[in-house]
Design a protein around this ligand. Sequence first.
Ligand SMILES: [Zn+2]
Ligand SMILES: [Zn+2]
Length: 269
Amino acid sequence: MDRLRFRSLASGSSGNCYFIGNASYGILIDAGVGVRTIRKFLKSMGMDFNRIWGVFVTHDHIDHIKAVGTIGEKFHVPIYSTQKIHEGIERSYRVTQKLSLSKEIFNIGEQIQIGDFTVQSFPVSHDASEAVGYSIQYKGKKFTIATDLGYVSEEVASYLTDSDYIILESNYDEEMLTKGPYPRVLQQRIKADTGHLCNTQTASFLADYFTEKWKYVFLCHLSKENNLPELAFMTIKEHLNSRMIDFEEQMEIIPLNRMEPSAMYVFEH
Ligand SMILES: [Zn+2]
Ligand SMILES: [Zn+2]
């Protein structure tokens, strides 16, 4: 009953929202899709907002914060993020319901206990007011999410390598982006150190820092125009194979759907 569970609702520039919890309660990482869609998603797991003990926001881009106002103020779920990210949410004209009572400042490096879950944030490099990833500990296991980041810093790597389950961005294929429809300025922004991770960066990280701890690697925030799930997977597989890393025995690599909810993953202790 109390095993760690993970399910993705949506992942990508149209919206991001992830559930991490157990059979009774949990938290959301980001709420960048409509509140009705999130509610339906929770209902499909036999849950409602009263079982969500916090929403942890990675940064203030609209695909991560769309529903935080309503979830916070109407459904009374605490919305955790840094002061700077909260200021960005406050400024966002697309978040019409402003946060007041549900606003919780959660500084980088602090730890918070949410039931049996211990949550900690760490900085990532991205062109938002500020951006963070989250590491969640639960009964001796660790789940870490790093999305929307231009590169994997040593600090980010330290959280990822110490985890059993990770969600890591694999946003674009370099060739598809270069040959694709995006104007050059936007391409540069995506490729920058404050932009997004491409398949090769993610693959290199996974190969360079490979650890037997990893059981599941979920790939998130795949671009609709500049990536394909199979391409992201194959790029990583090739990188790992070229280093003679026989990963298939110990871990699964799963690209998350952009718009469709994933399966529910219930992890072994
Ligand atoms: Zn995003
Ligand atoms: Zn972003």
